[in-house]
Design a protein around this ligand. Structure first.
Ligand SMILES: [Zn+2]
Length: 411
């Protein structure tokens, strides 16, 4: 038998369904409102980064206005909560690009963020998927539209520009290492303090951040090397700024570096683990599973620190494939020289040089090593890493290791 409703009944049913739909939509709408859970601003002389971390991916659009220079970001379907309101207080006086930030409820569904600028900027905006302890992130990097000509011709800004466009690998392949270099030419050393900006690196029990410690150690090493008559020294970063791994390598290559030394502090879940270690690049697997795990976590720095997608246009191993045997051998020689000095100031985590596929060691023509100064996750070593005396000892070990290497290297 065919069931039929009387017109009144049908109307009533329709009404109930409509009410249900309405309440579902209301609940659904409230639940879908995005929440900003953290706001961070990282000012640096190279670029300033604004990060909005949220529970869901943010829907946004942005545009620039002049007189005065400002950038407007409209975010849809977002709750103007206290965390987001607080963005105004995150602007630092010394920020080279941002004067102030205002945030207003533009309409019931839209929040408008207005960034007033100190100079013309080129914004680079992108989103990052959750990784490690981070949720969804909306990132806006502010680069100078007219870069100031720096005194020491730092190639960093130009390299970041190439990286953004996805041209870095192509441009890098055009760099030729200078052949028959003058024997008396200074040895060019590039120091690379790991992590920076959004990427804190490992964090100790007492909240000491790897990125801060390794910058302090790199600065001390820089000052020691500067006193050496036949050495010219540069740093990949000298601020709390995030630099992608490939850009670090590219900077060293652009400066025609003879040596590249990446400085880090190790971490492990078991806090009793400690000691210093030195790594050279391996093109054929890691020397231990711990080394392989470490390389994997360190290579994640780009996802944690955050790079726009165009930067990953080319496969990572295109550089790796070109690494020359002499470079690898000299890397081992340099690593052993530094390890021999390190063992006089701290116990060693492993008795010999370790090898792993660190992305930051993959310059084809520069002997490169990575120094894990000590374990920041070990409470005793965390304390030590913060002291000027241990930092000076590490710096001196690196410098003496370099000098030992230079006496022994093969060309
Ligand atoms: Zn590290």
């Amino acid at each position: 038998m065919k069931k039929t409703f009387s017109p009144t009944k049908r109307l009533l049913v329709k009404g109930i369904i409509a009410t249900c739909l309405l309440s579902v939509t209301r609940v659904g709408f409230a639940a879908a409102m995005a929440q900003v859970i953290a706001v961070r601003i990282w000012p640096s002389s190279t670029y300033t980064r604004i990060t909005l971390e949220s529970n869901v991916i943010l829907k946004y659009k942005h545009f620039s206005l002049t007189n005065p220079n400002r950038i407007v970001i409209d975010i849809n379907n977002i709750d103007l909560n206290p965390t987001l309101k607080n963005i105004s207080s995150k602007v630092l006086k010394h920020d080279p690009y941002i004067k102030l930030i205002r945030v207003v409820q533009r309409d019931p569904k839209t929040v408008r963020i207005v960034i007033e600028l100190k100079q013309g900027v080129k914004p680079n905006t992108f989103t990052l998927s959750p990784i490690a302890k981070f949720k969804h992130r909306l990132v806006m990097d502010l680069y100078p539209s007219k870069p100031a000509s720096s005194k020491d011709d730092d190639p960093l800004l130009a390299l970041l520009e190439e990286y953004k466009k996805g041209d870095l690998n192509k441009k890098q392949s055009e760099i030729k290492s200078p052949t028959n270099k003058n024997k008396n030419a200074p040895v060019i050393v590039v120091l690379d303090p790991g992590h920076g900006g959004e990427d804190p690196g490992a964090i100790g029990y007492n909240k000491t951040r790897e990125k801060d410690i390794v910058l302090q150690i790199a600065r001390r090493t820089y000052n020691l090397l500067k006193k050496e008559p036949n050495i010219k020294v540069y740093m990949t970063r000298n601020e709390d700024v995030f630099i992608p791994l490939k850009v670090r390598v590219a900077k060293a290559r652009s400066l025609h570096a003879d040596l590249f030394i990446s400085i880090h502090a190790d971490a492990f879940a078991n806090r009793s683990v400690g000691g210093s270690s030195v790594f050279a690049l391996s093109t054929s697997g890691a020397s231990s599973s711990a080394a392989s795990y470490l390389a994997q976590t360190q290579n994640e720095a780009d996802q944690i620190g955050g790079v726009s997608r165009s930067g990953d246009k080319y496969l990572d191993n295109t550089i790796l494939d070109l690494v020359q045997k002499t470079t690898l051998n000299n890397g081992v020689l340099l690593g052993n020289a530094i390890l021999n000095r390190m063992k006089r100031i701290n116990k060693l985590h492993k008795p010999s040089l370790e090898k792993a596929g660190f992305a930051v060691l993959k310059a084809p023509d520069i002997p490169s090593v990575l120094v894990e100064t000590a374990f920041i996750s070990n409470i005793t070593e965390e304390k030590k890493l913060k002291t000027a005396s241990f930092q000076n000892q590490v710096s001196k070990s690196i410098v003496d290791g370099i000098k030992d290497y230079l006496k022994r290297r093969k060309n």
